[in-house]
Design a protein. Structure first.
Length: 179
């Protein structure tokens, strides 16, 4: 993994971070199946292989990211050679004593090099320092790289919200207690 510095975002980072390619590619997704009978609702998610690789657009509109960032409690940048290459945005107050990761983005040429892992671990340290007891990662059901990262780091599936994003995608939530 490249040696990166992780620090709070500063004003000069913002245009660079906003310009990072937020879309990602996937060959898999989590497909939701809902069955409803009298007095019982069953929801299942299963990993399926897609017939071809897809490019998935980021669920938040780029022009709204800057506005969203002003509402985040924590915004950390991953910096390499003085250039921001990644960020994680965290909200507090959505659930008691919980840090909620709404965005985790790594520049395209630095993906699959351990940077997202480092960003999540730094986010956990940040959250612990603010006395949060739990962290939740939010992601699209099509975002297999993020799902696999969450599971690799020991996060557990804790829920979903159908039609959560403005593009009507399903949001998945993975949680971990902070030690």
């Amino acid at each position: 993994m490249p040696e990166i510095e992780i620090r709070p975002v500063i004003e000069t980072d913002v245009p660079v971070l906003a310009g990072i390619e937020h879309a990602y590619k996937s060959n898999y997704c989590w497909q939701m199946e809902l069955t409803s009978q009298e007095r019982e609702i069953t929801v299942n998610f299963r990993e399926i292989r897609l017939p071809r690789q897809i490019t998935v657009e980021y669920p938040r509109k780029p022009e709204l990211l800057l506005q969203d960032w002003t509402r985040r409690t924590g915004l950390l940048a991953g910096v390499l050679g003085g250039v921001p290459i990644a960020y994680i945005s965290i909200m507090e107050g959505m659930s008691p004593s919980t840090a909620w990761v709404t965005d985790l983005v790594v520049a395209l040429s630095f993906r699959r090099k351990g940077i997202a892992t480092a960003m999540v671990l730094a986010g956990q340290e940040w959250a612990r320092g603010r006395h949060n007891r739990r962290m939740i990662l939010e992601m699209q059901s099509k975002n297999m790289p993020a799902i696999r990262l969450a599971l690799k780091l020991g996060f557990e599936f804790c829920g979903y919200n159908d039609l959560y994003y403005s593009n009507q995608d399903i949001a998945l939530f993975f949680a971990q207690f902070l030690r």
